[in-house]
Write a protein that binds this ligand. Structure first.
Ligand code: GAL
Length: 691
């Protein structure tokens, strides 16, 4: 386990460097990341390199036995480069070169830009490859899918389409271009999506453009990775990522990189409404799932956030340490805090670091020292991994297709992924978020939300999973489209209908409205139990009532929101029915026994209470490990190595909590946790299986 900081020596007077390094050493820092945006200082004029200052900074840290992670500075090409080679500047959807002076505004495909990258990276890697303190490289910074529309990119996109379809007739067929006379008569008509009317463009074509844009970024990463490795084959290589507007496909992006790294800025605002989804754990589990192995935090929250937005509230006591420990509990092996000191110049001077502008070590520095002390005693966790019973499937195909055609106000692709993640997290069950094409054999439960765009491979894979005894959760908006992003002409959920044992006869996109539901059978029992004994009696009475009776205010009502699939069972057991509207009495949630497994179909988006009850019912039926009586906001994760397990209990709230919770199922079944945790406190409990 390593702890560290992001440091920008070029932004500070050289006289501060030794003092900073001493303070870091004193705190317990083991790694610093440097040179991320330093191109203009490393090559002030074309081919005039100036690395002496970086040599000195590396040396200062090496002397203190602090490792250095360097960055290729390619996110911020110097202004001389844009002046001399204007073709390296990105072109926007309006067909014009975008304005420069910020960062990331270069075209990743520009041959001149690539040549310039090659020159500066070659200088950097050749210089430090024999330095044992320089352990690896971050490629660029927070790469988005490449939406540049310059002539070079236009040709690249055309090539992508040509290679995929071969003939123009095939392109027309796949896109359904007979609609609105959109038929191409030549490849020259295939161009990036220019103009302000993006939502009116053909969705099949738009999905292909998004696929191409992702691949284009992956190609750029491959170019840098191969170059670095050709100069230093042992170098560790990653790129730092986040959840941005134009997300590349994370699985492709990291496929050939050594590990995933993530920029982790959990909110400092604690939501008042418990129903609001605020699980930062979702992002961390997502990152671990990309390569299904542990990851790094390349930038970690250190202070109030602001600059281009008004500032967020200050970090409450315990947050700086707690959120870093939360990342470790979810599989981070290294956490670097962004940044050592708050910038005094430039666009980000109110995105706070560990030290404030005054450079006087304060409250956050003390908490950081405490964090370092804790992390530096966690060597026993080296090599430990996280294994979970539940997986949630993610696919960039859905992400793109949903953004191209939002289905209802308020429903984003992440809505359901987060809601299911939140529900299982509330039960103290660890969750993996993995590529929809991953091997699923290690999981008991697979949640596959919103498989809007499908293909034969996924349908087959899920069916196999269920056949062998797996518990699969499918949701509304599944099986809607084929891989060309065209609607499938069959009853929903089309390719999944048989295993789900249902047919969706109609749907109602209800948006922010709520639709009351009447649970039945096993689901009703769990809902009752979760509501407590007294409520359960009243509920039991209510279940006896006919569906015709209105019961908006009754305790038994759980609700669906955003979307309602009106379901007709074709053999599936009904777990809940709608209790309102013209489809009152129709099935909303079903469960179908299919071969050795179960397929749950959830036609609506349950609000939190219902979602947790559903997760609990699935947990009981699948025999997966979970916990009862964990208070809201307390997360449990387990890292393991051989027979050793370490359970982390994290209080992700600003209130002290005391609880007594018990593990159900799994190797730790019967284990009791009696805990009191201060706000944002993490406790780590070791145990030996069989010991
Ligand atoms: C990250 C970025 C950093 C810095 C930080 C604070 O997204 O990688 O360079 O900008 O946000 O805004």
């Amino acid at each position: 386990m390593k702890i560290g900081v992001d440091y920008y020596p070029e932004q500070w007077d050289e006289r501060l460097w030794e003092e900073d390094a001493d303070k870091m050493k004193e705190a317990g820092v083991k790694v610093v990341r440097m040179a991320e945006f330093a191109w203009s200082r490393l090559e002030p004029k074309e081919h005039e390199y100036c690395f002496e200052w970086l040599d000195k900074a590396v040396e200062i840290f090496a002397k203190r036995r602090i490792q250095v992670f360097l960055c290729t500075p390619t996110c911020t090409p110097p202004l001389w480069l844009f002046e001399k080679y204007p073709e390296t500047i990105q072109v926007g959807k309006d067909g014009r070169r975008i304005s420069i002076g910020i960062r990331g505004h270069r075209c990743m495909n520009s041959p001149v830009y690539r040549q310039k990258c090659k020159e500066i990276i070659t200088q950097m890697v050749s210089r430090y490859r024999d330095n044992e303190w320089v352990i690896g490289y971050q490629i660029d910074n927070e790469l988005e899918a490449n939406h540049c529309c310059c002539p070079v990119c236009e040709e690249k996109f055309r090539d992508f389409v040509r290679q995929k379809y071969g003939t123009i007739e095939e392109v027309n067929r796949a896109y359904g271009n007979q609609v609105w006379s959109g038929e191409y008569s030549s490849f020259s008509q295939i161009r990036p999506p220019f103009g302000e009317h993006q939502t009116w463009l053909n969705p099949s074509y738009m999905l292909d453009f998004n696929r191409y844009a992702s691949q284009s970024t992956v190609d750029y990463v491959t170019f840098q990775r191969e170059l670095i490795h050709s100069l230093d084959e042992k170098a560790l290589i990653t790129t730092n990522n986040w959840f941005c507007e134009n997300m590349p496909d994370f699985y492709d992006l990291f496929e050939n990189l050594d590990f995933v790294s993530y920029d982790n800025y959990p909110t400092t605002v604690i939501p008042e409404d418990e129903e609001e989804l605020y699980s930062h754990a979702f992002h961390l589990d997502f990152m671990r799932g990309i390569k299904q192995k542990n990851f790094w935090i390349m930038e970690q929250l250190s202070g109030s956030l602001g600059s281009w937005t008004p500032m967020s509230p200050a970090l409450q006591s315990g947050m700086l340490k707690g959120y870093a420990m939360q990342a470790i509990a979810h599989g981070a092996d290294t956490v670097l805090h962004f940044r050592w000191r708050t910038a005094v110049a430039g666009a980000e001077m109110f995105w706070h670091g560990i030290l404030d502008h005054n450079n006087v070590p304060g409250r956050r520095y003390q908490e950081f020292c405490d964090l370092c002390e804790t992390v530096n005693q966690l060597d026993m966790l080296d090599g430990s991994v996280i294994k979970n019973d539940v997986a949630i499937l993610y696919s960039s195909e859905q992400e793109y297709a949903f953004k191209i055609q939002p289905q209802v106000e308020g429903m984003h692709y992440f809505t359901q992924l987060k809601a299911y993640h939140d529900a299982f997290t509330c039960l103290g069950a660890g969750v993996d978020i993995v590529n929809w094409m991953s091997d699923l054999s290690q999981y008991r439960v697979v949640v596959a939300p919103t498989l809007f765009v499908t293909n034969d491979e996924i349908a087959e894979k899920l069916e196999q999973f269920v056949r062998k005894g797996g518990h699969l959760v499918l949701t509304n908006r599944s099986g809607v489209k084929n891989a060309d992003n065209r609607c499938i002409m069959a009853p929903l959920p089309t390719v999944f209908a048989e295993m789900a044992g249902i047919s969706v006869t109609e749907y109602d996109p209800i948006g922010s409205k709520k639709q009351l539901l009447q649970p039945e059978g096993r689901f009703a029992e769990v809902v009752c139990r979760r509501m407590g004994e007294q409520a359960a009696d009243r509920f039991a009475e209510k279940i006896g009532q006919s569906l015709g009776e209105k019961n908006e205010n009754s305790i038994n009502s759980i609700a669906g929101t955003l979307w309602c699939d009106i379901i007709e069972s074709e053999g599936a057991e009904v777990l809940a029915r709608y209790n309102e509207n013209f489809y009152k009495g129709s099935a909303a949630i079903t469960r179908n026994l299919y071969e050795k497994g179960n397929v749950y179909y959830v036609g609506t988006v349950l609000t939190r209470k219902g979602m947790i009850a559903l997760a609990e019912m699935i947990a009981q039926e699948s025999g997966m490990e979970y916990v009862v009586n964990l208070p809201v906001g307390v997360e449990r994760t387990v890292r393991e190595k051989g027979t050793d397990k370490w359970t982390f209990l994290f209080n992700n709230t600003d209130k002290e909590v005391s609880f007594s919770a018990q593990v159900i199922n799994g190797e730790m079944a019967g284990k009791e946790y009696q805990q009191k945790l201060a706000p944002f406190e993490m406790c780590m409990l070791p145990s030996v299986i069989g010991g």
